[in-house]
Design a binder for this molecule. Structure first.
Ligand SMILES: *[C@@H]1O[C@H](CO)[C@@H](O)[C@H](O)[C@H]1NC(C)=O
Ligand SMILES: *[C@@H]1O[C@H](CO)[C@@H](O)[C@H](O)[C@H]1NC(C)=O
Ligand SMILES: *[C@@H]1O[C@H](CO)[C@@H](O)[C@H](O)[C@H]1NC(C)=O
Ligand SMILES: *[C@@H]1O[C@H](CO)[C@@H](O)[C@H](O)[C@H]1NC(C)=O
Length: 440
């Protein structure tokens, strides 16, 4: 199996998503041409068969089978959807026309009980009409009318007294905001949902676990699009209860936490815990991204890390959350891939620099998968812009690390005390470096 298919997480992720949220993933796979087009179109029809997006399903059918005909069951389903829509519209009409009248809406107060009583007494709008609003909103969502659904679900929640229903409306609202790419609002709904899921009275621990796993999967859309997402994902996924959920039943999410930590310079401090978790889970999940970190921070295997880095690039480019292209002048920049490589190289360099006093640039270039000139420029830049205590010795074309560089790597070195070493030479090098730490 080709690398990108071997590491494709789409089906594992889709299992934790609303089916509408699977569409963007299929769209991505289709653009990337990772699978035969027909296969993707069939998957889309399959997904649509359980929604009300009947016309869309019909269009895909036509293009898949090169026909103008739509199968009878699709036509029947269409008639059924139209009829049901009409009937739901009628049941929800009293409440909806109230909500659409600005002067009537002014009668509402920030007091649910009062509103319910007022609606009932003055407008004969009771639990049945409120329930109809929920059904209508849900139906609109299934029709792919996410903005209509979001509005009605919001209004429904303001009147709803059943906590299960209210929760389900919130999930629907979150999905609708994600599908409309309203990242700020989606993030607000995500936090609202998280608060409810984490609350003490939230049903059973098992359902709490399941809800947390869903929440993390849904959050990927937001975190890899929202401007503050790279902090957001780390803040959420590293919370004990969420990390625990990942380790219980969603180990594949380690790809996303791993990537987030690698690209987020300000959150380096999470590296240690991340590597620990990756090690604990190595038998249940690995991919080039987790293996890269393992090579570098557990095994000090630079060759391995370098090879994994190449594979990481392929994985990132083909991952729906990580591989999004940004339309700049060349139409081909994938910012996350670029940042990932830049930071991953820095990791290799730092780790390598920590255990070697003198680094030959040619050798380092090889380890970083760069040509020698490029590596030289990169390193010179790095030394200039960082607090790195090192100087370049042009004569031997090498980089000489100062003695103070230990401070910079303090954290990792502390970690290194316990890690298995590849060779005795390597071990000796590291022990020399570790001793001053121990006496501090
Ligand atoms: C809003 O409701 C008031 C009171 O029932 C009614 O007089 C008015 O015509 C309604 N406005 C609209 C735009 O339907
Ligand atoms: C979506 O729902 C809203 C509210 O019901 C409605 O006004 C709008 O016409 C719907 N849009 C489509 C495209 O059906
Ligand atoms: C949990 O309790 C809070 C406050 O008492 C309440 O608002 C909320 O609806 C409850 N949630 C559930 C799921 O019962
Ligand atoms: C290192 O390993 C020892 C024994 O396995 C353990 O007691 C100690 O806490 C570990 N230290 C760190 C920093 O993980």
């Amino acid at each position: 199996m080709a690398l990108h298919q071997q590491y494709d997480l789409t089906s594992r992720i889709a299992a934790h998503l609303d089916r509408h949220l699977v569409f963007p993933l299929l769209e991505f796979l289709q653009e990337r041409q990772q699978y035969p087009d027909d296969e993707i179109l069939k998957a889309k029809i399959e997904l649509l068969s359980e929604t009300n997006m009947v016309d869309y399903a019909g269009d895909i059918h036509k293009s898949l089978y090169h026909t103008e005909e739509v199968p009878k069951e699709m036509l029947d389903r269409r008639a059924e959807v139209v009829m049901r829509l009409k009937s739901l519209e009628d049941s929800a009409a009293p409440l909806i026309s109230f909500l659409q009248n600005a002067s009537l809406v002014q009668e509402l107060r920030p007091d649910k009980q009062y509103n319910l009583m007022m609606l009932n007494e003055r407008y004969q709008i009771g639990p049945d009409q409120i329930e109809a609003l929920y059904q209508y909103a849900k139906f609109q969502f299934e029709c792919g009318n996410y903005s209509g659904a979001a509005d009605y679900l919001y209004q429904y929640r303001a009147l709803c007294t059943n906590s299960d229903r209210s929760l389900s409306a919130l999930w629907g609202k979150l999905a609708a905001e994600i599908l409309m790419q309203n990242w700020d609002t989606a993030l607000e709904e995500l936090n609202r949902l998280k608060e409810i899921i984490d609350s003490k009275n939230f049903s059973s621990p098992l359902s709490q676990l399941q809800n947390r796993i869903w929440l993390m999967h849904w959050s990927l859309f937001i975190f890899f699009n929202h401007e503050n997402g790279r902090n957001g994902i780390i803040d959420l996924f590293f919370q004990d209860r969420y990390l625990n959920a990942i380790q219980t039943n969603a180990q594949h999410l380690l790809r996303y936490v791993g990537t987030a930590v690698i690209v987020n310079k300000r959150r380096r401090n999470m590296l240690k815990e991340l590597v620990k978790v990756i090690q604990q889970e190595q038998h249940s999940y690995k991919d080039p991204i987790t293996e890269f970190l393992e090579c570098l921070y557990v095994n000090y295997d630079f060759e391995g890390a370098q090879q994994k880095l190449r594979e990481c690039e392929i994985v990132i480019l083909n991952d729906p959350f990580l591989g999004k292209r940004v339309e700049d002048a060349t139409f081909s920049t994938v910012p996350l891939r670029d940042e990932f490589l830049e930071n991953a190289r820095l990791f290799i360099f730092e780790t390598y620099g920590r255990i070697h006093q003198r680094i030959y640039i040619g050798m380092l270039a090889e380890k970083l998968n760069m040509d020698e000139d490029e590596a030289k420029r990169w390193i010179m830049n790095l030394v200039r812009n960082s607090k790195l205590d090192a100087r370049i010795d042009s004569a031997s074309s090498s980089l000489i690390m100062g003695t103070n560089h230990l401070n910079i790597y303090e954290q990792i070195i502390e970690n290194a005390k316990n890690l298995s070493m590849r060779t005795s030479v390597l071990a000796k090098n590291i022990l020399e470096n570790v001793q001053p730490q121990g006496s501090r």
